[in-house]
Design a protein around this ligand. Structure first.
Ligand code: MN
Length: 405
């Protein structure tokens, strides 16, 4: 596992058997108690109440605004260079602590912003020669999802049940999903609110971003196929979503901005962003099947290698579009990117695409195959950015599938 570098300094929430939930950062593999840092006077000149660091979520800290949160991050970069000299009571090996949901998510929106993903899905479900719907290149398509069923890495869930129609000529039936799938995504954490009625300018939008987490938008394809017309995803998505425990700031990703591919046709003026950019963050998905008597320690298989930069609609364009009608974003809202697929067949961010609708099953080292996921399967998404001497690790989001309740 890549360590967390001094260039990173992400924020999260931890507890130990002896301490309540509170704010933390991580350096190397050492979790640092930020309440202790604040109480010890290291941040006194920044005039932030220590109570902000004693909260069970990052929201109050984020709401201080970028001037304060960036100052805290820069101060931590100064003092944690000598992390070895910090008292042992404030530094915890990451494996000895519990990491928690970092954000109290208010509203959650899921976009659909990767062109290869939208094209692949369109080819499979609609018209192969006309895969993208007419609106797709004119606006970043999205739906409002459910915030309360988003959980942190290490939280597992039971295979959902629902209504499906396996045969187009017969009535629907009720059963556990046979189409349990992942969606490899990144989640933008909103760091600043806009008042109801106001829109966020596309060229100011990055000021409204606190940072990013890895995101797995678990999906039940058979339920989705039957329910999604005409209003979009519902029970195929809201049973569970997973996020990584550390929020990496947008400032940490500054060296990893890369130009976004030009858009054709031209977009409306409110979506025209100067110097459109994405973030070059490498993403990887691995699958580990359940242990069996024959294979007590099953191998992990990398099933997908993608990159956050494969977005047609940038995060700034998503924010500008989300608020163009006056919709208010709040601190702690999460905007997921949509499944991030590249052009290469091994970069597709869902099993639906990787197996091409089940036609090309994935073969695992134990000889078993997967079209969709089995009970006992564990999925791990990792993310990292690397350039010159700078590395920014996102850690991982790991989730295991439990049998239907
Ligand atoms: Mn999604």
């Amino acid at each position: 596992m890549l360590d967390f570098s001094i260039d990173n300094i992400p924020f999260g929430i931890f507890s130990t058997p002896k301490t309540n939930k509170r704010l933390a950062t991580i350096l190397g593999s050492t979790v640092v108690d930020l309440l202790w840092i604040a109480k010890s006077g290291y941040l006194d000149d920044l005039e932030i109440p220590a109570s902000v660091f004693a909260q069970p979520y990052l929201n109050d800290f984020i709401a201080l605004g970028k001037d304060k949160t960036n100052a805290v991050r820069e101060r931590l970069q100064e003092i944690l260079v000598n992390v070895d000299q910090m008292p042992i009571s404030v530094c915890f090996p990451v494996e000895t602590v519990q990491l928690h949901m970092p954000i109290k998510i208010g509203d959650y929106t899921d976009f659909y912003s990767s062109e290869p993903h939208a094209t692949n899905v369109g080819k499979m479900f609609r018209d192969p020669s006309n895969a993208l719907l007419p609106n797709w290149k004119h606006l970043p398509v999205a739906y409002h999802g459910r915030a309360s069923s988003i959980f942190v890495s290490g939280t597992n869930f039971h295979r959902p049940k629902g209504q499906v129609r396996p045969n187009d000529n017969e009535p629907p039936i009720f059963r556990p999903t046979k189409g349990l799938d992942i969606e490899l995504e990144m989640a933008t954490v909103i760091g600043k609110a806009n008042p109801i009625g106001d829109s966020i300018d596309v060229n100011q939008a990055e000021n409204y971003v606190f940072g990013f987490m890895l995101f797995n938008d678990w999906s039940a394809r058979d339920i989705q196929k039957w329910e999604y017309v005409p209003l979009g995803p519902f029970l195929a998505k809201n049973f569970f979503s997973s996020v990584s425990p550390w929020v990496v700031t947008i400032e940490a990703l500054e060296p990893f901005k890369v130009p976004a591919e030009p858009q054709d046709p031209a977009v409306l003026p409110y979506l025209q962003q100067n110097n459109r950019y994405n973030f070059d963050v490498q993403l990887e998905v691995t699958l580990i099947p359940a242990p069996t008597a024959n294979t007590p320690q099953p191998e992990a298989t990398t099933i997908c290698k993608s990159n956050f930069k494969h977005l047609y609609w940038t995060v700034s364009q998503q924010i500008a579009h989300h608020t163009v009608n006056g919709c208010n974003l709040n601190v702690g809202d999460v905007l997921a990117s949509g499944t991030i697929s590249g052009q290469a067949a091994d970069s597709f961010g869902s099993l639906l695409e990787l197996t091409w609708g089940g036609k090309n099953p994935i073969v695992l080292p134990d000889g078993s195959t997967r079209t969709f996921l089995e009970d006992g399967d564990t999925i791990i998404i990792k993310g990292f950015a690397q350039k010159d001497n700078i590395s920014i690790n996102f850690g991982q989001v790991e989730t295991k599938i439990l049998p239907t309740k």
